[in-house]
Design a binder for this molecule. Structure first.
Ligand code: SF4
Ligand code: SF4
Ligand code: FES
Length: 393
């Protein structure tokens, strides 16, 4: 046996892995699937959930396989009655403080807790609720936070801190009052959160979700007085296909445009056009800065999460950020100015909907300065009630 290799037994099978391998990874390499809830490979684990436990021969208690390293000669059982009972009890305890509204939850069908309860055959809820129902934080434009659905796995905290380097949220309180909170328990909208949405991507439950404005969009479509146009970001034509079960990378541009028209959108546009405009504008600005001694290096402004990050954490670098709008906002401004004029449509009756791959776009659409089409018409002597360039993202 090579010195840096470890031989062990997992569920009766001999397995050899590099020294220092976590039991969870050793199991995966042997084709043994161990359930997890709090574990996220890219970030440090706080091993809080206990769902990944295994039974190690000779050990008094069950071990958490996501943080425990293998050792030579280890004999592990990942599915013994003791392990199964422990996992089931953990999930029953989590469900005791979890609202039973799965059917109307945004994560119904993609919730890891729901899937685990099903997989473990949880058929009863023997434990009483111990936690008071916290208020839903839905004051922001981008995200909704429902701590009643939070299982305190810590994934959001780790991603926000270690990947996004924002640290807008952390654990607060003790015992049954433990919660994920922003500074002083403020709403996320009033914290240093940059609306990037990465916490919603890793949250295993419906505790962190993007704000859903589908009903509002359908109401606009149903209103005969509104002209509802939609822009689709370049990423969407691939991610939609993937979300609908097609092979990764499948392009569904035509199907998507046809489906949007059938849903009732009056016009379907491609944000690619204004992405090109952004590149041209940024290129011109860079040349202008190079030839006239402007601030260099110049940083792109096309991501609202990135812009918000610089505004919040590095305000002294703002002069380096390009003054160009993002493709989404360029489209909104053009749709309600140039396009409305060409099409002979009242711009105040145009609703612009964006289908985007990023929650920060929702926040960007509601920035108070994003009303350039309205300002443009005002300069031309047309006074409409104030409107945003983009209405829904
Ligand atoms: S949206 Fe981004 S910045 Fe805000 S809490 Fe989530 S991960 Fe942190
Ligand atoms: S909000 Fe979601 S990701 Fe964050 S600790 Fe709660 S369950 Fe985990
Ligand atoms: S996945 Fe290992 S403790 Fe949560």
């Amino acid at each position: 046996m090579e010195q840096n290799k470890v031989q062990l037994t997992i569920d009766g099978r001999a397995v050899t892995v590099p020294a220092g391998t976590k039991i969870l990874d050793a199991c995966a390499s042997a084709g043994v699937r161990v359930p997890t809830l709090c574990h996220l490979p890219e970030v440090s684990s706080n091993a809080s959930c206990g769902v990944c436990v295994g039974e190690v021969e000779g050990a008094k208690s069950l071990v958490r396989s996501c943080v425990q390293n293998v050792s030579p000669g280890m004999v592990i059982r990942t599915n013994s009655p003791r392990v199964q009972e422990s996992r089931r009890t953990i999930v029953e305890l989590l469900l005791a403080n979890h609202p039973a509204d799965c059917l109307s939850c945004a994560r119904n069908g993609s919730c890891e807790l729901q899937a685990l309860a099903e997989q473990l055959g949880v058929r009863r809820l023997p434990f009483p609720r111990t936690r008071k129902r916290p208020a839903v934080d839905d004051g922001g434009y981008a995200l909704v936070r429902d701590n009643d659905k939070c299982i305190l796995c810590g994934r959001c905290v780790a991603v926000c801190k270690e990947v996004q380097t924002v640290s807008a949220i952390d654990f607060a309180g003790r015992g049954i009052r433990t919660r994920v909170a922003s500074f002083m328990d403020r709403s996320l909208a009033n914290s240093q959160c940059v609306s990037c949405g990465q916490c919603t991507v890793v949250c295993p439950t419906g505790a962190l979700t993007e704000r859903d404005e589908t009903d509002e969009v359908f109401a606009q479509i149903a209103d005969p007085d509104r002209v509802v146009v939609v822009q689709t970001a370049p990423a969407i034509r691939a991610s939609l296909g993937e979300a609908l079960g097609m092979k990764t990378g499948s392009l569904v541009t035509g199907k998507m445009a046809a489906a949007l028209r059938r849903l009732g959108f009056d016009k379907v546009f491609d944000t690619q056009f204004t992405a090109d405009l952004t590149i041209m504008e940024e290129g011109s600005e860079l040349i202008h800065r190079l030839t006239n001694g402007g601030k260099l290096p110049m940083l792109t402004s096309c991501s609202p999460g990135w812009v918000s990050f610089i505004e919040t954490f590095y305000p002294s670098l703002l002069p380096h950020v390009s003054s160009c709008k993002s493709p989404q906002q360029m489209f909104g401004a053009l749709a309600k100015s140039y396009w409305a004029e060409k099409a002979g449509v009242d711009p105040s009756k145009v609703t612009v909907v964006s289908i985007m791959p990023c929650t920060a776009k929702k926040f960007e659409a509601r920035r108070p300065e994003m009303r350039d089409a309205w300002k443009w018409w005002k300069e031309k002597g047309k006074t409409y009630g104030s409107f945003y360039d983009v209405d829904y993202a």
